[in-house]
Ligand binder design. Structure first.
Ligand code: AMP
Ligand code: ZN
Length: 476
């Protein structure tokens, strides 16, 4: 598979550190409110990367953090008269609900900054010891110029950056950072202020800087060198540039081999120009709001309708188009289910053989699109061709071939996180049959079998309740 590496600005063959394994770190949201659909883009895109690598046989260690200590969280906590941890825990829970709705699988680990403070202190100590950081009145700064390769990710020249910082004296005074040795230096540890959460450290009570969190958590949960580091393109500078400086200066090893950045989700302003969706511009729509209006599957499908590096414009019209496109796939899946249920035997071996050959070619082309820097737009086009073909041959092929098509369609759409099975695929009659079988088993005192049937039903999303009036069931 080739991925576009921001570091080299080119598409490169993905070669993992350990064959068959991939360690991926994705910068997660700051949890002070519901996430908006712009925040959902990296979640969906990189969840799809994870699914595709797993489809290709990789064992993926997927780590995505929650930033749960931050000025915005503290501000909201003060406004609501709550402890900041109450706010962050509330919005972590809400974010997880949104992720589930969008079929974004939980990460292998979702670390939280506030739970990793001792390791952050350790990394700062190392950086001070090796001369890459210094303390001034309870604040610890990273000595940016001490890191030779600063700017390598964002392709910025350090002297240009310095020039951009010259007029900042006043601003620095306001933020209490006026004791920096150099305008380019950034904060690793900041001293506590009244009403803010804090942790003890060798430099006094305080809290870590944002960039440091990701350096520490990726190291702890993946290792000193990670395969793929990802996030939105707004994080390239300074966040990811600073992560590289801290990690490489502390660990002495390459921090991340591939850097993948998604483009922005945009929305039209009053002049009909598309702009980045963001909290600060106030032009955002929450995932909760959009998923109340549209099927979350449609939202996910819409997100993947463009290659992840391209900007993606949000509009009700485009969502509507995604809805119709997804409908086409779901209808084709239904048709295949019908054919499978008929149990047609092969009538025309040639038609069957041709259909299987076509199927293999669709799969190959789907993989080619995904191998080309996760081109989900092209991969979806291949799926369209596949369903179009399957619609035309479904009535003339055997049930076996229909079954092959259905299976493959299920597997490929699952890579995209789209579910084609009907939720109510399990018919009431089948449920009743299993319940009756369970009653028989109980009568025969075969409780193991009875329990197994209960579990089987639960796996299908059916919960049983034994009542005085008999067994009742409901979909869960
Ligand atoms: P934040 O909570 O702002 O740090 O954002 C969490 C993640 O969402 C980061 O990876 C951001 O780059 C990403 N993100 C924020 N806004 C957008 C947007 N409009 N389009 C795409 N990604 C975004
Ligand atoms: Zn990060």
């Amino acid at each position: 598979m080739k991925v576009f590496n921001t570091l080299t600005r080119s598409k490169e063959e993905f070669v993992p550190i350990t064959p068959g394994k991939a360690g991926i770190y994705v910068c997660g949201p700051t949890v002070y409110d519901f996430i908006h659909i712009g925040n959902a883009r990296p979640m969906i895109v990189f969840d799809t990367l994870r699914r595709y690598l797993e489809y290709k046989g990789y064992e993926v260690n997927y780590v995505s953090n929650f930033t749960d200590v931050d000025d915005k969280i503290i501000k909201r906590a003060n406004e609501e008269g709550e402890d900041p941890s109450v706010i962050s825990e509330r919005f972590i829970a809400e974010c997880k609900k949104d992720m589930e709705a969008l079929n974004v699988r939980p990460a292998t680990t979702h670390p939280q900054a506030t739970k990793e403070i001792p390791d952050m202190i350790e990394m700062i100590k190392t950086l001070i010891e090796n001369g890459h950081a210094y303390e001034k009145n309870g604040t610890v700064y990273f000595r940016t110029r001490s890191f030779e390769n600063y700017g390598k990710l964002s392709h910025k020249n350090i002297d240009d950056l310095e020039a951009g910082h010259r007029d900042e004296a006043h601003q620095l005074k306001v933020s209490g950072e006026d004791e920096k040795e150099d305008g380019l230096d950034f904060v690793l540890w900041k001293p506590k202020k009244e009403g803010e959460p804090f942790w003890p450290s060798p430099w006094g009570d305080g809290r870590p800087g944002w960039h440091l969190e990701c350096s520490v958590m990726s190291k702890k949960y993946i290792g000193g060198t990670i395969d793929i580091h990802a996030g939105g393109e707004d994080l390239i500078f300074p966040h990811h540039e600073n992560e590289i400086a801290q990690s490489e200066a502390a660990n002495g090893t390459e921090f991340a081999r591939y850097w993948m950045h998604n483009g922005f989700l945009r929305i039209a302003n009053d002049n009909d120009e598309f702009e980045k969706m963001s909290k600060s511009l106030g032009n955002f729509k929450t995932v909760r709001e959009i998923c109340g209006k549209y099927d979350p599957q449609v939202v996910r499908f819409f997100m993947l309708s463009a290659q992840y590096r391209s900007p993606l414009n949000f509009s009700p019209k485009l969502i509507e188009a995604s809805k119709n496109s997804l409908e086409r796939i779901l209808t084709a899946a239904e048709k295949l289910r019908d054919v499978m249920a008929k149990g047609n035997v092969a009538e025309n071996a040639e038609t069957d053989a041709k259909a299987v050959e076509e199927l293999n070619s669709f799969v190959k082309r789907f993989e080619e699109a995904m191998d080309d820097d996760l081109n989900t737009a092209d991969a979806i086009s291949v799926i369209f061709e596949m369903v179009k073909y399957s619609n035309t041959v479904a009535d003339s092929v055997s049930s076996d071939v229909a079954d092959k098509y259905y299976d493959m369609l299920r597997i490929l759409t699952d890579v995209l996180g789209i579910i084609i099975e009907k939720k109510d695929d399990v018919l009431d009659a089948d449920i009743e049959k299993l319940i009756a079988e369970r009653q028989e088993a109980r009568k025969a005192k075969d409780f193991a079998r009875a329990d197994a049937i209960r579990d089987e039903l639960l796996g299908m999303g059916i919960e049983l309740k034994d009542t005085r009036e008999g067994v009742k069931w409901k979909r869960v």
